[in-house]
Design a protein around this ligand. Structure first.
Ligand SMILES: [Zn+2]
Ligand SMILES: [Zn+2]
Length: 124
């Protein structure tokens, strides 16, 4: 396999295996175990390409560097652990946020980030 393809495959595998949004440094750390010598610039370039192709989407979190997750996931939200800073997917949705919308406003969507301590950090 050409080196480019191998690097790209490793980055996709890392994101598939994680099952949660990752930041570029997270991706680099894990992908480097599979492709020794993988560089930061390659990781950023590959992420950009995967976003352009629609394979990845950017997850914007308040006060955080962008994270990335697979596209095409059902509507969901995120939980950020304040200790380890990992971000997790949360399946549920409170739904019906229309009740929070001021009269006369048209609601078009919402984002919701829960934060606290993950189970791993809570058990330390
Ligand atoms: Zn944690
Ligand atoms: Zn929702």
């Amino acid at each position: 396999m050409p080196r480019d393809t191998r690097q790209r495959q490793a980055i996709r595998d890392v994101l598939d295996d994680a099952g949660r949004p990752l930041s570029p440094p997270d991706i680099l750390k894990v992908a480097r175990k599979r492709v020794p010598g993988l560089g930061q610039a390659t990781v950023y370039r590959t992420i950009r390409a995967l976003v352009d192709e629609g394979w990845l989407v950017t997850v914007e979190l308040p006060g955080q560097a962008p994270h990335y997750e697979r596209s095409g996931l059902a509507h969901h939200h995120h939980f950020r652990c304040r200790q380890c800073e990992r971000v997790f997917e949360v399946g549920g949705c409170p739904g019906n946020l229309k009740s929070l919308t001021p009269p006369g406003f048209r609601l078009e969507g919402h984002e919701l980030t829960l934060y606290g301590v993950c189970s791993t950090c809570a058990s330390d």
